[in-house]
Design a protein around this ligand. Structure first.
Ligand code: CMC
Length: 425
């Protein structure tokens, strides 16, 4: 529980003074408890939740001014280079990195749940072949709620834990199948002798015709790192959506489907796909200056730039850029889109428009280039983000359900018609 500081904010309202308690966390700004404003007949107003802490959490901390991202206290660059994705999952879920024994046990548990009920595979046939894989993901992950509902008791800690494991294990299978379906290839079943990232790449790219398909270890390592860099990000739009949906007591698989929906937009997880589309549209380095003029006149946005919280740099982007260089170097790829991205970055970092607004490359600016090098099609980029973020969403859902919580119910500043009577009927 947060610590009361003894400090109070004093609000002058209608000639009266209201004292509002101030709480401290372990890191980050103190928060003002505004609940008593309600008793004084007022609401607080903060569209876009620019200054609102909607919950208390122990999972992830971000200092946007310093470019710091910590999961359970550990910096993201250390996790990306010294831990693998499943260890990061364990950390997010349990609060500590696993011991060697715990790691073996956890990895085995996840492996044990990689298959989906065969009926789930039938859902795919309902979609057109040209469906966006994120649309398929919203449907099929939501559909898991039909398979785990009657016997799922969200009040039971064991049921909650197995739900988290099932989601982490099954989402890669569904993600790979959402791709296979759109290219008309048969679904490839999970292989539990492979690591998490290898298994995902195997389900994406193996075919029954190529029985000896081997996953390139460089690509598997890069994929694992991309998963780690996207694992959690505090109370962003999709995580807040999962918490809000979860606060009603809804089925957790349906809550995760709600998170996937919120992630899809180009202002959030959809940005990685939008970055590659933007690079395609710009085409060559000569067109960069003209494109930047359009950005500055607000005709278009520079996708992969800017962040609600990071006003210095996005620490995930730094590791992502290093990974990008490593992967392209190891594969011997000389991607002209990388040169284009670097030119955009160079101009943006020295241009008054971007400097004044604290706009820096975010995680999505470089992830697309690596994903492209791995062979992932552009439409799957946001699906990869959803796969990796599932652990973050379910960790927040677990945290909320392991203590007292209230249904999320914001209020509004109503500016519509005042009460009136229907006339003439
Ligand atoms: N290109 C050009 N101008 C921008 C951009 C951009 N990418 N982002 C912000 N601005 C400008 C914006 O027009 C505004 O200018 P002004 O002060 O003159 O009105 C100013 O910067 C502040 O922007 P804002 O829209 O008020 O900032 P926000 O905190 O509401 O939005 C954002 C944050 C991420 C939605 C926004 O920066 C954006 O749309 N970026 C592009 C999409 C993107 O890359 N999203 C991925 C975010 S990281 C992955 C994730 O965690 O989801």
């Amino acid at each position: 529980m947060s610590a009361a500081t003894g400090k109070k904010a004093v609000l002058q309202l209608d000639g009266k003074e209201i004292e509002l308690p101030i709480y401290s966390g372990t890191l980050g700004p103190d928060v003002i408890d505004v609940k008593d404003v309600l008793a004084a007949g007022h609401f607080t107003f903060d569209p876009g939740f620019m200054a609102t802490a909607a919950c208390e959490s122990k999972i992830t901390f971000i200092d946007g001014n310093k470019g710091v991202l910590l999961h359970r206290g550990y910096p993201i660059d250390q996790l990306a280079t010294k831990a693998d994705y499943l260890e990061t999952c364990y950390l997010l879920l349990n609060g500590e990195l696993p011991t060697a024994e715990q790691k073996v046990e956890f990895d085995a548990k996840v492996r044990n749940h990689t298959m989906v009920h065969d009926q789930v595979s039938r859902f795919f046939n309902g979609f057109r072949r040209d469906a966006h894989p994120m649309a398929i993901m919203v449907g099929v992950v939501g559909a898991l709620s039909a398979f785990y509902h009657n016997n799922l008791d969200i009040e039971d800690v064991n049921h909650r834990e197995i739900t988290a494991i099932r989601l982490i294990a099954k989402v890669p299978t569904l993600a790979a199948w959402s791709y296979k379906y759109t290219v008309g290839q048969p679904f490839v079943y999970p292989r539990n002798d492979l690591s998490y990232a290898e298994n995902f790449l195997y389900m994406m790219f193996a075919t029954p015709a190529d029985r000896d398909y081997k996953v390139n270890p460089i690509l598997a390592k890069a994929m694992d790192r991309i998963f780690t860099l996207h694992a959690d990000h505090e109370q962003n739009a999709s995580t807040s959506t999962v918490r809000l949906a979860g606060s009603t007591g809804a089925n957790p698989y349906a809550c995760i489907a709600a998170g996937i929906s919120a992630l899809w937009g180009p202002a959030h997880g959809g940005a990685n796909e939008a970055v590659l589309k933007m690079l395609d549209e710009i085409g060559t380095v000569e067109n960069v200056a003209g494109f930047m003029e359009k950005v500055k006149t607000k005709e278009v946005k520079l996708m992969g730039f800017g962040h609600r919280v990071y006003k210095n740099f996005d620490p995930r982007a730094k590791v992502m850029k290093e990974t990008c260089d490593e992967v392209l170097g190891a594969l011997g790829i000389n991607d002209p889109q990388l040169a284009l991205a670097m030119e955009l970055e160079r101009i943006a970092l020295s241009d008054e428009y971007f400097i004044k607004r604290n706009l820096y490359p975010n995680v999505d600016f470089y992830s697309g280039i690596i994903l492209k090098a791995i062979g992932i099609p552009t439409e799957m980029f946001t699906v990869i983000f959803a796969l990796a973020r599932t652990v973050g969403w379910i960790s927040h859902w677990l945290e909320m359900h392991s203590g007292p919580y209230k249904i999320g119910r914001p209020r509004q500043l109503y500016t519509g018609e005042v009460q009136r009577d229907i006339q003439g009927r």
